[in-house]
Design a protein around this ligand. Sequence first.
Ligand code: 0X9
Ligand code: ZN
Length: 306
Amino acid sequence: LSYYERYHHLEDIYHWINKTAHDHPQIVEVILIGSSYEKRPLYVLKLTGRGGAQPKRAMWMDCGIHAREWISPAFCLWFVHYAIDYYGLVPDITEILDSMDVYVLPVMNPDGYEYTWTTNRMWRKNRSRHAGNYCLGTDLNRNFDANWCTEGSSQRACDETYCGLFPESEPEAAAVARFLRRQKQTVKLYLSIHSYSQMLLFPYSCSYQQASNHHDLNELAQQAARKIKRHYFSTYTYGAGARTIYLAPGGSDDWAYNLGIKYSFTLELQDRGRYGFLLPPELISRACQEALTAVKTIAEGVIKKT
Ligand code: 0X9
Ligand code: ZN
């Protein structure tokens, strides 16, 4: 199995980020957007093509909000590798990079990710400690300012969906929010990569309200799901989060949407439950090809619509 068909320890990913930027200075730039609770750096890779109009639009993709969803960082690495390898050779990714700068955050929750390698493979949250609480960790996807800490998240620090002390109380969520607020004029597409269940979700998850551009979002998700089905025979369900899976406030996708990034999606990658979070390395390649199909389809659609 190649580098991209294996899971990697956090140190290894940091090394990969450094080497990738060093080896491809004309396409890749590393931006430090903040640090985690345990003071690990949060690096974003900015991918830039040569062509395109100025000022350039942009898209954002984060991976690894949830520590145990290992396929998610694996996909961010896969995507960057694909973009670098095929830029200028394959029309789809060339058009995307020429039209939009692409910001990729490969591991949004490095402390949790490290913990899944050393101590508890099924850890989900970050590793912050709040005074007076015995349990550690906040669910970063409940910590954003979108109907924060209402039904579908928990106020109890020991729960898996603990929302934290206040919106953006966690340095990882705060760093992403701050970066996107600064870039909100240019960023047209927000993508957050999770697993598992094979779903393409869009706002809202924090309420049953329908997004103003629901039909556009649904159309893009449908196109992506159909293309995956056609190429790989895998089923991805799609729809607004609250109706498709569950009410889950405080998510990054809803927050980005309310910020004005009107194309906002959460992708739940393979599988549908056979291995769950423990997707074997042999299945990384297929999972990433499916996700790549979805990302390209959605990005191309956004380029046409914006
Ligand atoms: O519950 C979540 O945070 C996501 N599912 S997961 O199994 N990966 O934990 C779904 C997120 C959907 N979007 C929002 N809840 N905003
Ligand atoms: Zn998740």
